[in-house]
Ligand binder design. Structure first.
Ligand code: AMP
Ligand code: MG
Length: 401
């Protein structure tokens, strides 16, 4: 097979936001994880992906686009963020392929390197595989590669890595916020590019998707860790797994990210924060909506949240609160009439697996854990100990930037 022909639908629809990039040629890239079923879904030839040319494609050597966006980071508005270390290769079969960690772009800020450590990329690959298998809307990961270079991070010099991310759309709340700083016309174009009839529909639908998503995260103990508005996808897919972790207890204060010092993105704050983020989306759409429609929207917010909460938590709240381990509770009680997963990526298990890979190039633990959490309802997909709670041990994540 030869190189697949990708479309450039997003860059074509929104040239104002797309900056063409030549891409970076890495010396010695190696594929360390490949999601073969996803490759098949996308119509990509696995043997070709593993070839020299495939590796070039997967590391961005043929170029792509870096997209502009803005965003509230920890509550502060930053008018221009953009893909500072990401590259949109294009789309195929209604799915976008984007690299993360693939080198400098026009949006890389001074002092940043455009690359990432392989550890956070392995985390994204595995946790998103779990989320997908557990039925949680999410971006997916086609592959992880080491670049052949090293990067300096908290732990010292570690291998550089790239995650090949697949999403229905990479448009974020922050994309709308960026467009709003430019013009009403551009904001309107983003609404259309995201597949919505008008701004009103978009606001209602994104709110519904995001509230449903966050209530679902709460049901499985997922702590995203960095719910900045640039990390909130209009598609309702979970995106940006850098500092994420799982809490075993239904503990509102559970917070793991080293940079989230005040617990803004703690487990129990996620519902408030997603509502706050939706208010920022409403603000960005205000010129298209007008005061009346915004008022009408505000009146619907609580009911939309209540519906999501009732669907995913509802009558189980007391049981979840009392449980020593959310996953064990879900296994015993099911989640809304469906089974709860046996395996989830528990924090220390995952960290050990990532450390062995990152520090020693030993991927055995990583692949064993990946196999279990990719088939999370099947008891036979992993050893018995992998399903056991860890006891809510202290844990810190680094976003790897
Ligand atoms: P994230 O925390 O991954 O959502 O990134 C937030 C913003 O910082 C985005 O605009 C990224 O492109 C940018 N960024 C994060 N890490 C790097 C890096 N190593 N080099 C350049 N830009 C980065
Ligand atoms: Mg991000």
């Amino acid at each position: 097979m030869t190189r697949p022909q990708l479309a450039h639908s997003l860059a074509d629809a929104l040239p104002e936001l797309a900056h063409e990039e030549p891409g970076t040629r890495f010396e010695n890239p190696q594929l360390v994880a490949l999601n073969e079923p996803l490759a098949a879904e996308l119509g990509l030839d696995v043997a070709w992906l593993r070839s020299r040319d495939g590796l070039r494609f997967l590391t961005g050597a043929y170029g792509g686009h870096a997209m502009a966006y803005a965003g509230h980071q920890f509550g502060q508005f930053v008018p221009l963020l953009g893909d500072g270390r990401a590259l949109l290769l294009g789309d195929i079969g209604g799915r976008e392929i984007q690299l993360k960690g693939s080198g400098l772009t026009v949006f890389s800020r001074r002092g940043t390197d455009g690359v990432g450590a392989v550890g956070p990329m392995l985390r994204e690959h595995l946790v998103s595989a779990f989320m997908h298998a557990a039925g949680v809307p999410t971006t997916r990961s086609l592959a992880v590669l080491t670049t052949g270079g090293t990067v300096i991070r908290q732990q010292g010099a570690v291998p550089g890595g790239i995650v090949v991310r697949v999403a229905r759309s990479h448009l974020r709340v922050g994309t709308v916020q960026y467009a709003a700083t430019q013009s009403e016309e551009l904001t309107q174009k983003v609404v259309q590019a995201a597949g919505f009839m008008d701004a009103e529909t978009m606001l209602a639908e994104v709110t519904r998707r995001q509230f449903d998503l966050v209530a679902r995260w709460m049901r499985i103990g997922f702590v995203h860790g960095v719910m900045n508005t640039d990390n909130v996808a209009l598609s309702g897919e979970t995106i940006d797994y850098g500092p994420c972790a799982f809490t075993e207890r239904f503990d509102g204060a559970a917070s793991f990210s080293s940079i989230d010092r005040h617990g803004r993105y703690a487990f129990g704050n996620q519902p408030n924060i997603i509502a706050w983020n939706m208010a920022r989306l409403a603000e960005a759409l205000y010129p298209l909506l007008g005061a009346e429609k915004v008022d009408a929207y505000v009146k619907t917010v609580q009911a939309t949240w209540d519906e999501a909460w009732a669907r995913w938590i509802g009558a189980d709240l007391d049981g979840l609160n009392a449980a020593a381990d959310i996953t064990t509770y879900n296994r015993e009680h099911g989640i809304g009439g469906t089974p709860g997963p046996v395996f989830i990526p528990r924090n220390h298990m995952l960290q050990e697996a990532i450390d062995a890979a990152e520090q020693h190039g030993d991927y055995d633990k990583y692949h064993a854990l990946l196999a279990a959490v990719s088939d999370p309802y099947n008891e036979k997909a992993g050893p018995e100990w992998m399903a056991r709670p860890e006891g809510q041990l202290p844990y810190v994540t680094f976003c790897g930037t």
